[in-house]
Design a protein around this ligand. Structure first.
Ligand code: 5GP
Length: 178
């Protein structure tokens, strides 16, 4: 099934039900791995907003949720290489177990930047949970990347929180550029 977002055509890649099933599985792993801890989930806005909402509904351990905002695409379909930091973290993460929640890891540069920045605040641990990963695009491997929803190819994707020119975030499924 095809859809148009702004001036580009996209075709369905991952249906909503498949996303939900996978999210429940990831949450189950988190519930086991953090059973005796009270982790802080840090969602990376904007793209993570639907993913973290659905993920957190499946998390049954005590936890806290906060957000930061980073961007490297600036409305296009390729990473700009420069990271823009829009809001700082509000919670103190010293001696806390941090789980970064990302929509997608492409080159790994954004994630690497964030992980390095958070380590300066002396957390007890940092792990990363990303809904999507483009393994063939990775320039920097981030060892904290522990939980991945789906490995995808080098396609530009939209939907389920991810945008093209700020549109398409509302789509229930994930689509790739035709
Ligand atoms: P990286 O620094 O890993 O190259 O880029 C990560 C960020 O680029 C993601 O958090 C996301 O905002 C954006 N990004 C990477 N690939 C895609 C894609 O296929 N679609 C969309 N909409 N954003 C992407």
């Amino acid at each position: 099934m095809k859809t148009t977002v702004a001036d580009l055509e996209f075709e369905k890649l991952i249906p909503h039900d498949t996303i939900q099933t996978r999210i429940a599985e990831i949450a189950e792993h988190l519930n086991e791995d953090y059973a005796d801890k009270t982790p802080i989930f840090i969602g990376v806005l904007n793209g993570c907003f639907l993913f973290i909402a659905d993920l957190i509904k499946n998390v049954s351990i005590p936890c806290e949720v906060t957000f930061t905002k980073l961007a490297s695409y600036y409305g296009g379909t390729a990473t700009s290489g420069k990271i823009r930091e829009d809001i700082d973290l509000v919670l103190d993460i010293k001696d806390r177990h941090v789980i970064i929640v990302e929509d997608i890891v492409d080159t790994g540069n954004t994630l690497n930047y964030l992980v390095e920045k958070l380590y300066q605040r002396n957390p007890a641990s940092i792990k990363v949970c990303s809904l999507l990963l483009k393994p063939m695009s990775m320039e920097i491997s981030v060892e904290e990347l522990e939980y991945v929803g789906f490995n995808i190819g080098n396609d530009f994707v939209v939907g389920y929180g991810l945008d093209y020119k700020e549109q398409g975030r509302n789509l229930r499924d994930i689509y790739k550029k035709v």
